[in-house]
Write a protein that binds this ligand. Structure first.
Ligand code: CP3
Length: 356
Protein backbone atom coordinates (compact mmCIF):
# COMPACT_ATOMS: atom_id res chain seq x y z
CA UNK A 1 0.00 0.00 0.00
CA UNK A 2 1.20 3.50 -0.83
CA UNK A 3 2.61 6.00 1.67
CA UNK A 4 0.29 8.74 2.86
CA UNK A 5 1.16 12.23 1.61
CA UNK A 6 -1.12 13.91 4.16
CA UNK A 7 -1.65 12.07 7.44
CA UNK A 8 -2.79 15.01 9.60
CA UNK A 9 -6.20 13.43 10.10
CA UNK A 10 -4.79 10.12 11.44
CA UNK A 11 -2.20 11.94 13.56
CA UNK A 12 -4.82 14.20 15.17
CA UNK A 13 -7.02 11.17 15.93
CA UNK A 14 -4.06 9.60 17.76
CA UNK A 15 -3.40 12.99 19.49
CA UNK A 16 0.01 13.24 17.80
CA UNK A 17 1.51 16.61 16.73
CA UNK A 18 0.23 18.18 13.49
CA UNK A 19 1.06 21.40 11.55
CA UNK A 20 -2.58 22.47 11.23
CA UNK A 21 -5.97 21.13 12.38
CA UNK A 22 -7.28 18.56 9.87
CA UNK A 23 -10.80 19.03 8.50
CA UNK A 24 -13.44 17.00 6.67
CA UNK A 25 -17.23 17.29 6.49
CA UNK A 26 -19.84 14.64 7.22
CA UNK A 27 -21.79 14.08 3.95
CA UNK A 28 -19.03 15.90 2.04
CA UNK A 29 -20.01 14.03 -1.13
CA UNK A 30 -23.62 15.03 -1.59
CA UNK A 31 -26.35 17.08 -3.17
CA UNK A 32 -24.87 20.54 -2.45
CA UNK A 33 -22.33 19.73 -5.20
CA UNK A 34 -23.63 20.08 -8.80
CA UNK A 35 -21.14 17.42 -9.96
CA UNK A 36 -22.67 14.99 -7.41
CA UNK A 37 -26.16 15.66 -8.78
CA UNK A 38 -24.87 15.03 -12.31
CA UNK A 39 -23.25 11.71 -11.29
CA UNK A 40 -26.42 10.61 -9.50
CA UNK A 41 -28.49 11.40 -12.60
CA UNK A 42 -26.03 9.42 -14.73
CA UNK A 43 -26.12 6.44 -12.33
CA UNK A 44 -29.94 6.47 -12.12
CA UNK A 45 -30.40 6.64 -8.34
CA UNK A 46 -28.60 7.06 -5.04
CA UNK A 47 -28.45 3.28 -4.47
CA UNK A 48 -27.09 2.75 -8.00
CA UNK A 49 -24.26 5.13 -7.05
CA UNK A 50 -23.55 3.18 -3.87
CA UNK A 51 -23.62 -0.22 -5.56
CA UNK A 52 -21.27 0.63 -8.42
CA UNK A 53 -17.68 0.85 -7.09
CA UNK A 54 -16.46 3.04 -9.97
CA UNK A 55 -19.33 5.52 -9.49
CA UNK A 56 -18.98 5.43 -5.69
CA UNK A 57 -15.29 6.24 -6.18
CA UNK A 58 -16.08 9.09 -8.56
CA UNK A 59 -18.38 10.84 -6.08
CA UNK A 60 -16.10 10.14 -3.09
CA UNK A 61 -13.34 12.09 -4.85
CA UNK A 62 -15.50 15.04 -5.99
CA UNK A 63 -15.20 17.13 -2.81
CA UNK A 64 -11.43 16.40 -2.73
CA UNK A 65 -11.04 17.85 -6.23
CA UNK A 66 -12.62 21.09 -5.05
CA UNK A 67 -11.28 21.53 -1.51
CA UNK A 68 -8.06 20.79 0.44
CA UNK A 69 -9.83 18.24 2.68
CA UNK A 70 -7.70 16.07 4.98
CA UNK A 71 -9.77 12.87 4.63
CA UNK A 72 -12.03 11.08 2.18
CA UNK A 73 -15.08 9.11 3.32
CA UNK A 74 -16.37 6.04 1.54
CA UNK A 75 -19.51 6.91 -0.42
CA UNK A 76 -22.20 4.56 0.82
CA UNK A 77 -24.99 4.61 3.38
CA UNK A 78 -25.59 3.21 6.86
CA UNK A 79 -28.74 1.46 5.58
CA UNK A 80 -26.84 -1.00 3.36
CA UNK A 81 -26.82 -3.43 6.33
CA UNK A 82 -30.59 -3.68 6.84
CA UNK A 83 -30.91 -3.86 3.05
CA UNK A 84 -28.49 -6.83 3.00
CA UNK A 85 -30.58 -8.42 5.80
CA UNK A 86 -33.45 -8.54 3.31
CA UNK A 87 -35.58 -5.54 4.29
CA UNK A 88 -35.62 -3.96 0.81
CA UNK A 89 -34.30 -0.38 1.06
CA UNK A 90 -35.68 2.23 -1.31
CA UNK A 91 -35.75 6.01 -1.41
CA UNK A 92 -38.97 7.95 -2.02
CA UNK A 93 -38.10 11.39 -3.41
CA UNK A 94 -38.48 13.98 -0.68
CA UNK A 95 -39.33 11.37 1.96
CA UNK A 96 -35.98 9.82 2.78
CA UNK A 97 -35.28 6.10 3.16
CA UNK A 98 -38.03 3.45 3.41
CA UNK A 99 -38.06 -0.33 3.86
CA UNK A 100 -40.43 -2.76 2.15
CA UNK A 101 -40.38 -5.00 5.26
CA UNK A 102 -40.23 -3.90 8.89
CA UNK A 103 -39.14 -5.76 12.02
CA UNK A 104 -41.90 -5.95 14.64
CA UNK A 105 -42.19 -9.48 16.07
CA UNK A 106 -39.89 -12.11 17.60
CA UNK A 107 -40.34 -14.13 14.40
CA UNK A 108 -39.11 -11.12 12.35
CA UNK A 109 -35.98 -10.78 14.50
CA UNK A 110 -35.37 -14.55 14.39
CA UNK A 111 -35.58 -14.57 10.63
CA UNK A 112 -32.94 -11.84 10.19
CA UNK A 113 -29.62 -13.19 8.93
CA UNK A 114 -26.22 -12.01 10.17
CA UNK A 115 -24.62 -10.08 7.34
CA UNK A 116 -21.73 -11.65 5.45
CA UNK A 117 -20.12 -8.63 3.83
CA UNK A 118 -18.16 -10.42 1.11
CA UNK A 119 -21.26 -12.34 0.04
CA UNK A 120 -24.06 -9.83 0.69
CA UNK A 121 -22.32 -6.46 0.30
CA UNK A 122 -19.31 -7.12 -1.95
CA UNK A 123 -19.71 -3.69 -3.54
CA UNK A 124 -18.64 -1.99 -0.29
CA UNK A 125 -15.12 -3.49 0.06
CA UNK A 126 -14.83 -3.22 -3.75
CA UNK A 127 -15.52 0.51 -3.50
CA UNK A 128 -12.98 0.85 -0.65
CA UNK A 129 -10.27 -0.81 -2.79
CA UNK A 130 -11.14 1.30 -5.84
CA UNK A 131 -11.08 4.55 -3.84
CA UNK A 132 -7.74 3.66 -2.17
CA UNK A 133 -6.24 3.01 -5.60
CA UNK A 134 -7.50 6.33 -7.00
CA UNK A 135 -6.57 8.33 -3.88
CA UNK A 136 -3.04 7.06 -4.31
CA UNK A 137 -2.04 8.16 -0.81
CA UNK A 138 -3.36 11.75 -1.08
CA UNK A 139 -5.36 11.55 2.18
CA UNK A 140 -6.66 8.70 4.38
CA UNK A 141 -9.98 6.98 3.62
CA UNK A 142 -12.65 6.69 6.33
CA UNK A 143 -14.96 3.67 6.43
CA UNK A 144 -18.20 3.78 8.41
CA UNK A 145 -21.33 2.08 9.67
CA UNK A 146 -24.46 3.01 11.58
CA UNK A 147 -24.71 2.06 15.25
CA UNK A 148 -26.95 -0.91 16.10
CA UNK A 149 -29.52 1.35 17.82
CA UNK A 150 -29.65 3.80 14.90
CA UNK A 151 -30.04 0.94 12.38
CA UNK A 152 -32.68 -0.70 14.59
CA UNK A 153 -34.78 2.51 14.59
CA UNK A 154 -34.99 2.44 10.79
CA UNK A 155 -35.73 -1.30 10.73
CA UNK A 156 -38.50 -1.16 13.34
CA UNK A 157 -40.04 2.11 12.13
CA UNK A 158 -39.72 1.18 8.43
CA UNK A 159 -37.93 4.45 7.69
CA UNK A 160 -37.15 7.81 9.27
CA UNK A 161 -39.08 8.83 12.36
CA UNK A 162 -39.55 11.95 14.47
CA UNK A 163 -40.36 10.28 17.79
CA UNK A 164 -39.10 6.66 17.40
CA UNK A 165 -42.41 5.49 18.87
CA UNK A 166 -42.21 1.88 17.64
CA UNK A 167 -38.50 1.38 18.34
CA UNK A 168 -38.81 2.82 21.86
CA UNK A 169 -41.95 0.79 22.54
CA UNK A 170 -40.04 -2.36 21.59
CA UNK A 171 -37.09 -1.37 23.82
CA UNK A 172 -39.34 -0.69 26.83
CA UNK A 173 -41.96 -3.46 26.36
CA UNK A 174 -39.76 -6.21 25.00
CA UNK A 175 -36.18 -5.34 25.97
CA UNK A 176 -34.97 -8.90 25.31
CA UNK A 177 -36.34 -8.83 21.78
CA UNK A 178 -34.74 -5.43 21.10
CA UNK A 179 -31.45 -6.77 22.48
CA UNK A 180 -31.60 -9.78 20.15
CA UNK A 181 -32.00 -7.40 17.24
CA UNK A 182 -29.18 -5.16 18.50
CA UNK A 183 -26.93 -8.21 18.97
CA UNK A 184 -27.45 -9.36 15.39
CA UNK A 185 -26.66 -5.84 14.25
CA UNK A 186 -23.56 -5.54 16.45
CA UNK A 187 -22.16 -8.81 15.04
CA UNK A 188 -22.97 -7.72 11.48
CA UNK A 189 -21.51 -4.22 11.92
CA UNK A 190 -18.28 -5.57 13.45
CA UNK A 191 -17.74 -7.90 10.51
CA UNK A 192 -18.74 -5.18 8.02
CA UNK A 193 -16.28 -2.63 9.46
CA UNK A 194 -13.51 -5.24 9.64
CA UNK A 195 -14.03 -6.04 5.95
CA UNK A 196 -13.80 -2.31 5.17
CA UNK A 197 -10.54 -2.15 7.17
CA UNK A 198 -9.12 -5.22 5.40
CA UNK A 199 -10.03 -3.63 2.05
CA UNK A 200 -8.13 -0.45 3.00
CA UNK A 201 -10.24 1.86 5.22
CA UNK A 202 -7.67 3.72 7.38
CA UNK A 203 -10.09 4.90 10.11
CA UNK A 204 -13.71 4.02 10.86
CA UNK A 205 -16.61 6.01 12.23
CA UNK A 206 -19.72 4.65 13.94
CA UNK A 207 -22.69 6.96 13.24
CA UNK A 208 -25.09 6.84 16.18
CA UNK A 209 -27.44 9.44 14.78
CA UNK A 210 -30.35 8.63 17.09
CA UNK A 211 -28.74 7.56 20.38
CA UNK A 212 -29.43 11.08 21.64
CA UNK A 213 -33.19 10.41 21.51
CA UNK A 214 -32.90 7.91 24.39
CA UNK A 215 -33.23 8.48 28.14
CA UNK A 216 -30.00 8.22 30.14
CA UNK A 217 -30.22 4.57 31.25
CA UNK A 218 -31.74 3.50 27.95
CA UNK A 219 -28.82 5.07 26.05
CA UNK A 220 -26.31 3.05 28.07
CA UNK A 221 -28.32 -0.16 27.63
CA UNK A 222 -29.56 0.04 24.04
CA UNK A 223 -27.06 2.26 22.26
CA UNK A 224 -23.70 2.31 24.07
CA UNK A 225 -23.59 -1.39 25.10
CA UNK A 226 -23.96 -2.70 21.53
CA UNK A 227 -21.41 -0.12 20.30
CA UNK A 228 -19.02 -1.42 23.00
CA UNK A 229 -19.38 -4.94 21.51
CA UNK A 230 -18.38 -3.55 18.13
CA UNK A 231 -15.37 -1.67 19.52
CA UNK A 232 -14.22 -4.87 21.27
CA UNK A 233 -14.25 -6.78 17.98
CA UNK A 234 -12.65 -4.29 15.60
CA UNK A 235 -9.27 -4.70 13.92
CA UNK A 236 -7.22 -1.88 15.48
CA UNK A 237 -4.05 -2.16 13.44
CA UNK A 238 -3.71 -2.94 9.75
CA UNK A 239 -0.93 -2.63 7.23
CA UNK A 240 1.50 -1.45 9.91
CA UNK A 241 -0.68 1.44 11.12
CA UNK A 242 -3.25 2.03 13.84
CA UNK A 243 -6.82 2.19 12.55
CA UNK A 244 -8.51 4.85 14.72
CA UNK A 245 -12.17 4.44 15.68
CA UNK A 246 -14.49 7.47 15.97
CA UNK A 247 -17.79 7.20 17.86
CA UNK A 248 -20.40 9.86 17.09
CA UNK A 249 -23.63 9.98 19.06
CA UNK A 250 -25.61 12.99 17.87
CA UNK A 251 -27.08 14.64 20.96
CA UNK A 252 -24.70 12.61 23.13
CA UNK A 253 -22.71 15.39 24.84
CA UNK A 254 -23.87 14.27 28.29
CA UNK A 255 -22.37 10.80 27.79
CA UNK A 256 -18.81 11.66 26.75
CA UNK A 257 -17.24 9.97 29.79
CA UNK A 258 -18.86 6.54 29.28
CA UNK A 259 -18.28 6.85 25.51
CA UNK A 260 -14.56 7.52 26.09
CA UNK A 261 -14.44 4.47 28.40
CA UNK A 262 -15.30 2.15 25.48
CA UNK A 263 -11.75 2.39 24.19
CA UNK A 264 -12.41 4.34 20.98
CA UNK A 265 -9.79 6.83 19.79
CA UNK A 266 -12.07 9.79 19.17
CA UNK A 267 -15.55 11.11 19.88
CA UNK A 268 -17.65 13.11 17.44
CA UNK A 269 -19.44 16.12 18.92
CA UNK A 270 -22.48 17.95 17.66
CA UNK A 271 -22.70 21.75 18.04
CA UNK A 272 -24.63 21.72 21.32
CA UNK A 273 -21.56 20.64 23.36
CA UNK A 274 -18.80 23.23 23.95
CA UNK A 275 -15.54 21.71 22.73
CA UNK A 276 -13.43 23.21 25.57
CA UNK A 277 -15.62 21.49 28.16
CA UNK A 278 -15.47 18.24 26.21
CA UNK A 279 -11.68 18.52 26.07
CA UNK A 280 -11.34 19.01 29.81
CA UNK A 281 -13.72 16.11 30.49
CA UNK A 282 -12.26 13.46 28.14
CA UNK A 283 -9.41 15.06 26.14
CA UNK A 284 -6.76 13.09 28.06
CA UNK A 285 -8.32 9.86 26.73
CA UNK A 286 -9.68 10.58 23.24
CA UNK A 287 -9.42 13.04 20.37
CA UNK A 288 -12.47 15.18 19.56
CA UNK A 289 -14.11 15.70 16.19
CA UNK A 290 -16.48 18.53 15.38
CA UNK A 291 -18.41 20.61 16.00
CA UNK A 292 -19.60 23.58 13.92
CA UNK A 293 -23.35 23.91 13.41
CA UNK A 294 -23.81 23.01 9.70
CA UNK A 295 -26.30 25.91 9.42
CA UNK A 296 -23.40 28.37 9.83
CA UNK A 297 -22.62 27.46 6.21
CA UNK A 298 -25.77 29.37 5.19
CA UNK A 299 -24.13 32.56 6.53
CA UNK A 300 -21.60 34.81 4.75
CA UNK A 301 -17.90 33.77 4.56
CA UNK A 302 -16.83 36.29 7.23
CA UNK A 303 -19.40 34.85 9.68
CA UNK A 304 -18.16 31.33 8.87
CA UNK A 305 -14.60 32.50 9.51
CA UNK A 306 -15.56 33.98 12.89
CA UNK A 307 -17.21 30.72 13.93
CA UNK A 308 -14.18 28.64 12.90
CA UNK A 309 -11.93 31.04 14.88
CA UNK A 310 -14.21 30.61 17.89
CA UNK A 311 -14.15 26.83 17.87
CA UNK A 312 -10.37 26.69 17.31
CA UNK A 313 -9.72 29.05 20.22
CA UNK A 314 -12.24 27.20 22.39
CA UNK A 315 -10.35 23.92 21.79
CA UNK A 316 -7.03 25.74 22.34
CA UNK A 317 -3.43 24.79 21.60
CA UNK A 318 -2.22 21.29 20.80
CA UNK A 319 -3.31 18.24 18.85
CA UNK A 320 -6.32 15.99 19.33
CA UNK A 321 -8.90 17.98 17.32
CA UNK A 322 -10.34 17.04 13.93
CA UNK A 323 -12.46 19.90 12.65
CA UNK A 324 -15.85 18.89 11.26
CA UNK A 325 -19.45 19.96 11.21
CA UNK A 326 -21.64 18.78 14.07
CA UNK A 327 -23.78 16.85 11.56
CA UNK A 328 -23.93 16.38 7.77
CA UNK A 329 -23.69 19.28 5.31
CA UNK A 330 -27.13 20.06 3.85
CA UNK A 331 -28.12 20.17 0.15
CA UNK A 332 -28.85 23.94 0.19
CA UNK A 333 -25.30 25.05 1.16
CA UNK A 334 -23.39 27.02 -1.52
CA UNK A 335 -20.24 25.11 -2.51
CA UNK A 336 -18.12 28.29 -2.15
CA UNK A 337 -19.16 28.59 1.50
CA UNK A 338 -17.93 25.05 2.16
CA UNK A 339 -14.65 26.08 0.50
CA UNK A 340 -14.31 29.18 2.70
CA UNK A 341 -14.91 26.99 5.77
CA UNK A 342 -12.23 24.43 4.90
CA UNK A 343 -9.59 26.99 3.94
CA UNK A 344 -9.93 29.04 7.08
CA UNK A 345 -9.65 25.94 9.33
CA UNK A 346 -6.15 25.39 7.93
CA UNK A 347 -5.19 29.06 7.89
CA UNK A 348 -6.42 29.94 11.40
CA UNK A 349 -5.33 26.73 13.13
CA UNK A 350 -1.58 26.89 12.45
CA UNK A 351 -1.02 29.22 15.40
CA UNK A 352 -2.36 26.53 17.76
CA UNK A 353 0.21 23.96 16.61
CA UNK A 354 3.47 25.95 16.77
CA UNK A 355 4.86 24.04 19.74
CA UNK A 356 3.67 20.63 18.46
O1 CP3 B 1 -20.36 11.54 4.53
C1 CP3 B 1 -20.30 11.16 3.34
O2 CP3 B 1 -20.09 11.93 2.40
C2 CP3 B 1 -20.42 9.68 3.06
C3 CP3 B 1 -21.70 9.22 2.65
C4 CP3 B 1 -22.85 9.05 3.62
C5 CP3 B 1 -24.19 9.09 3.18
N1 CP3 B 1 -24.99 8.74 4.23
C6 CP3 B 1 -24.61 9.40 1.83
C7 CP3 B 1 -26.01 9.77 1.59
C8 CP3 B 1 -22.86 8.75 4.99
C9 CP3 B 1 -21.71 8.66 5.98
C10 CP3 B 1 -24.24 8.55 5.35
C11 CP3 B 1 -24.65 8.16 6.71
C12 CP3 B 1 -26.09 8.13 7.03
N2 CP3 B 1 -27.13 7.73 6.25
C13 CP3 B 1 -26.61 8.41 8.32
C14 CP3 B 1 -25.77 8.77 9.52
C15 CP3 B 1 -25.36 10.18 9.50
C16 CP3 B 1 -26.45 11.15 9.75
O3 CP3 B 1 -26.73 11.92 8.82
O4 CP3 B 1 -26.99 11.14 10.86
C17 CP3 B 1 -28.00 8.24 8.26
C18 CP3 B 1 -28.97 8.48 9.42
C19 CP3 B 1 -28.32 7.79 6.96
C20 CP3 B 1 -29.66 7.40 6.45
C21 CP3 B 1 -30.04 8.20 5.30
N3 CP3 B 1 -29.47 8.09 4.04
C22 CP3 B 1 -31.00 9.24 5.25
C23 CP3 B 1 -31.84 9.69 6.43
C24 CP3 B 1 -31.01 9.72 3.94
C25 CP3 B 1 -31.90 10.77 3.35
C26 CP3 B 1 -31.35 12.08 3.76
C27 CP3 B 1 -31.85 13.19 2.92
O5 CP3 B 1 -31.40 14.31 3.27
O6 CP3 B 1 -32.62 13.01 1.98
C28 CP3 B 1 -30.02 9.04 3.21
C29 CP3 B 1 -29.64 9.25 1.82
C30 CP3 B 1 -28.25 9.71 1.55
N4 CP3 B 1 -27.14 9.15 2.08
C31 CP3 B 1 -27.84 10.77 0.68
C32 CP3 B 1 -26.44 10.79 0.68
C33 CP3 B 1 -25.54 11.66 -0.13
C34 CP3 B 1 -28.77 11.63 -0.13
C35 CP3 B 1 -29.30 10.76 -1.24
C36 CP3 B 1 -29.50 11.49 -2.54
O7 CP3 B 1 -28.53 11.68 -3.27
O8 CP3 B 1 -30.66 11.81 -2.79
Amino acid sequence: MSELKNDRFLRALMREPVDATPVWMMRQAGRYLPEYRASRAKAGSFMDLCMNPEMACEVTLQPLERYPLDAAILFSDILTIPDAMGLGLYFETGEGPRFKKTVTTAADVDALPIVNTLKDLPYVPDAVRTIRRELNGRVPLIGFSGSPWTLATYMVEGGSSKDFRKAKAMAYNEPELMKMLLDKLAISVTEYLNEQIKAGAQAVQIFDSWGGALAHDAYLEFSLAPMQKIVNGLIREHDGRKVPVIMFTKGGGQWLEPMAETGVDALGLDWTTPISGARSRVGHKVALQGNMDPSILYAKPDRIRAEVANILSDFGAGSGHVFNLGHGITPEVKPENAGAFIECVHELSRQYHLQD
